[in-house]
Each structure stands twice: as C-alpha cells, then as structure tokens.
Design a protein around this ligand. Structure first.
Ligand code: NAD
Length: 492
C-alpha cells in the first residue's frame, strides 16, 4: 500500500456535544478493506445510547436553541459547516478511503466536495422559501406554513458514507430539526467527524448527534423510538421494509426510504455516439467498485450492435482493474469488506451456474496484500430471470442482455422489483420520449448516464423506496404542513 500513516481515529459517539463511549463500554474493530488492517475502535452503541441521543435532541428542539434561530442564521452556520468540510477535505477523503476502500481521488472530488455542496445548498435555500396564504373568503385568513418535524432519526449505508449523511442531515437541519444519525457499522468515521465540524461551525450541542453501532442494536432502537418524529433511511430494500414496519409498530413516525436498484440501460442501434454510450455504460457500472444504488447493472443492447458494443466495452476494462485506493491514478478501489467480497463472488458463481457467459473478470485479486478487491466483470448471454439480472449485486458486475425492438426492451427493463434509474440511448426523438415515459424509474437519462445535481430529486419508484433526497422536494420529508385559520371581523 502507498506509504501513508493512518490517523488516530476517534470512534466514540458524539452525543449532546460531547464524545462518549458506549454506555456499556463495548467497542468493535473497524477494519480497512484497503489492506485488512484495524484502523479504529468504534463504540458499539445500543438502546441506552440511542435513548441518550434522542433525549439530547429532544431537549435541543424543545428549547428552540436551533429551530428558534432565524433562517438567515441557520444559513450562515450551514455555510460555515460546508466551508469547514472543504478545509478538511484531505483528511476527510483519506478517512473515507481507508474506511470503505474507494479511491482517494474520488473520495475527495465526489464525496467530500458533494457533501459540502449539499450542505451549502440547503443552507442557502432556507431563507428563500416562502409559505402560503390560501385564497379564502374575505372574513378569514388561512396560513399554510411548514414546521420542522422535531427529532429526526437518520440511518445511512456504507457506500457514500459522508454524502448520504449530508443528503439527509442538510435539509433536516436547515428546516430546524434536531438529528440523531446512525452511520453504517462498516464506515462510521466521516459521520463522527462531520458532527465535530458541525459543533465548530456553530450548530448547538444536542442538535446533531451521531451514534455508531450495528443495525439491529442501534438502528432498530432509533426506528422504534417513541420520541423520534421521523426516520430517514438509505440502505437495502430488505431493511427499508423493516423500517416502515418499525415506524408503524411504534409512534407512526414519518418514514422515508431510499433503497436498492437494478437499473436498466437501453442502447438502441441508432444511438448517437456508440463510444460515448460504451464509456458511460462501463464507467457507471464500475464506478465506486459497483457499489452504487443507481449503477446501470442491466445493460440492454439492440441485437444488431451488440458485438460491436461488447468489443469496445472489453477494450475499456483494463482501465478498471483494481489498484491501491491511495494511489493517484486508481479508478477502482476495494469493496467494503470480506463479507461483501464473498457476496459479489457468490453472484458471479450463480451467473456461471445459470448459464451466462463470463466475458471478463470474475475473480478476487490482491493489488494490496490483505485487501478486498474484485475484478471488473462482464457477463453476456444473460436472461432477465437469472439472479444476476434480478438481484442487486452491489459490486462491479455488468449483466448484458439483448433485445429486438423498443417494446421488448421496455418490457424487460420494467420487469424488476426496483425502479431507481434507467437510461435510453437513441437519436430518434420520438423513441427517446416514448421509452423515457414508459420506463418505471425515478430518474431517466437520455443519451448520457452521469448527469446529476443537487437541484434535482433523487429516489425511486416501486421497491427502490419512498420519498426523494436532494432538491427542494427533500424538505417535504423533514417538515409538517400546518394550516392556521384566522377569523377577520373587518371593522371597515
Ligand atoms: P443495509 O440495509 O444493510 O444497511 C443500511 C443501514 O441500515 C446501516 O446503517 C445498517 O447498520 C442499518 N441497519 C441494518 N439493519 C438494521 C435494522 N434491523 N434496523 C435498523 N437499521 C438497520 O444496506 P447497506 O449494505 O449498508 O447499503 C447498501 C444498500 O444501500 C444497497 O441496497 C443500495 O442500493 C442502497 N443505497 C440506496 C441509495 C439510494 O439513494 N436509493 C443510496 C445508497 C445506497
């Protein structure tokens, strides 16, 4: 591994403005997938710690130390937090890289920069949103206002740890809520550091708490808590379903879920630029080691161009061979841990057993001794009923299918539990609009895959979740609508 000294990470919770060990003193090892070394001891928090964090968040909300501040002041603090993130960009990027294995350069340019941009954007938005007055009869006035929910629980996954946290805590805090965040047990370090920087930026103690731990031990008590008003979850569809059950079993807290995907990417023979389509297909599915909810992992190519497409795709594969995540030229780093590596290898084996043709990859490699790496993998001859076409692998595996006409492509693309994203490549305007309209997905790309911006909503149809992150629509999750009727007995 590139010679770099590992910082001393503090794995304790941050509750009510102070670092604290788990109440029962337990910890667990945080092992880096880069080389298998233990890089930190993390507080193994449980129900008692969640109770303490929720109590602190509730007290902060009730005395209005944050929600009572004018929007313009909350804006200043959030912008300061975004600036602190950028000032600590190198440290945060290194932390993310060591904690979950992504290339340092992308941790810096995508994760940290994206989180800072998100926090700044919601900070800037919050003093520009107006409430409503309804068109009622003259003897009354109806105000429609938005109020913060109160205490919001946030649970996030390990693939973009800081960025996924930012997508949720930024609008939640901007709206005036108090937050208890439980990061993934696989990558908790940047969230803990984010909470420290939030204090430094001026977010009062108790308003933003981070409680690390395992899902069933720390996540469930948060989702079941009777004094949490809303839960915002990003993670697997399996756990997302449990979150809605837990919300219903407890206090009917508002529950919002951003879940898995198996996104279809449909390339027609009249695609305007085959090289660009190939590059986007390959890059988007291998980026972040394939650990992206929106990875276009089902590629549908029109039969007449499939051979040409695959030849070009295979020519790009060497660029994506895993390498040391700390090295400056690396594009593909380590998958998050050995469990995930085994899951990915299991799916590759199932593809072979079910009769798909392995064109490239398929094996674990060790560019850094002791680390968790898997080759970029492409299967041809996939049918839509194989496990590698139906289930989210969350690793660098592309399943290639073919089709003969638009109706067949759309039918297969929509034949999925998920509906997060999709793409269509064609120069025919009618086909582009018609297919985009027919695809059941929260986002549809036409003749590209990577466009993304904090200004547009992100989320899915079907079992890809309920609700949207990003854009002004995210405020819907963290606010309640209130109507106030006022009687006007006019003296004139
Ligand atoms: P996961 O569902 O296993 O875990 C997500 C979080 O939930 C973690 O913090 C985990 O500790 C917690 N958790 C686990 N069991 C729990 C329980 N019983 N109660 C409460 N919390 C619990 O998901 P993961 O493996 O960390 O992340 C990968 C998944 O996240 C993929 O399915 C991916 O598609 C999805 N994801 C979706 C989006 C999106 O915006 N749609 C973005 C990123 C990742």
């Amino acid at each position: 591994m590139t010679n770099i000294s590992t910082p001393n990470f503090d794995g304790r919770a941050l509750i009510n403005g102070r670092r604290s060990a788990a109440q029962d003193g337990q910890t667990f090892d945080d092992r880096s997938p880069v080389d298998g070394r233990v890089i930190a001891q993390i507080a193994r928090c449980g129900e008692a710690d969640i109770d303490a964090a929720v109590a602190a968040a509730r007290a902060a909300f009730e005395d209005r130390r944050w929600s009572g501040q004018p929007p313009a002041q909350r804006k200043r603090v959030l912008i300061k937090l975004a600036e602190l993130l950028l000032a600590q960009r190198d440290e945060l990027a290194l932390t993310e890289c060591l904690d979950m294995g992504k290339p340092l350069r992308f941790a810096r340019s995508v994760d940290v920069a994206g989180a800072a941009n998100c926090i700044r954007w919601y900070g800037e938005a919050v003093d520009k949103i107006y409430d409503e007055i309804a068109p009622t009869p003259a003897d009354s006035l109806a105000l429609i206002t938005r109020e913060p929910l109160g205490v919001v629980g946030v649970i996030v996954p390990w693939n973009y740890p800081l960025l996924m946290a930012a997508w949720k805590i930024a609008p939640a805090l901007a709206a005036g809520n108090s937050v208890v965040l439980k990061p993934s047990e696989k990558s908790p370090l940047t969230a803990l550091r984010l909470a420290e920087l939030a204090l430094e930026a001026g977010i009062p103690p108790g308003v933003f708490n981070v409680v690390p731990g395992y899902g069933p031990e720390a996540g469930s008590p948060l989702a079941l808590h009777m004094d949490v008003d809303g839960i915002a979850f990003t993670g697997s569809t399996r756990v997302g379903k449990q979150i809605h059950v837990m919300a219903g079993q407890s206090n009917l807290k508002r529950a919002w879920t951003e879940l898995g995907g198996k996104s279809p990417n449909i390339v027609f023979a009249d695609c305007p630029d085959l090289d660009r389509a190939v590059e986007a297909a390959v890059n988007s599915v291998f980026f972040n080691q394939g650990e992206s909810c929106n990875a276009p992992s089902r590629l549908f190519v029109e039969e007449s161009i499939k051979d040409a497409f695959l030849e070009k795709a295979l020519a790009l594969v060497p660029k994506y061979q895993p390498a040391d995540p700390l090295a400056s030229g690396t594009i593909m780093g380590a998958v998050v841990d050995r469990t995930q590596l085994d899951t990915v290898l299991g799916y590759i084996a199932s593809g072979q057993e079910q009769g798909a043709r392995l064109l490239t990859g398929g094996a674990a490699v060790e560019p850094v001794a002791g680390g968790c790496y898997v080759q970029p993998t492409i299967f041809d001859g996939v049918s839509n009923d194989m496990r590698i076409a139906r289930e989210e692998i969350f690793g660098p595996v592309l399943s290639v299918l073919s089709f003969s006409d638009a109706a067949a492509a759309v039918r297969q693309a929509n034949d999925s539990l998920y509906g997060l994203q999709a793409a269509v490549w064609t120069r025919d305007l009618n086909k582009a609009h018609g297919v985009a309209r027919a695809l059941r997905a929260g986002t549809v790309h036409v003749n590209q895959y990577n466009d993304d911006d904090i200004t547009v909503p992100f989320g899915g149809f079907r079992q890809s979740g309920i609700g949207r992150d990003k854009s002004l629509h995210a405020f819907d999750k963290y606010t309640e609508l209130k109507t106030t009727w006022i009687r006007i007995d006019s003296p004139v």
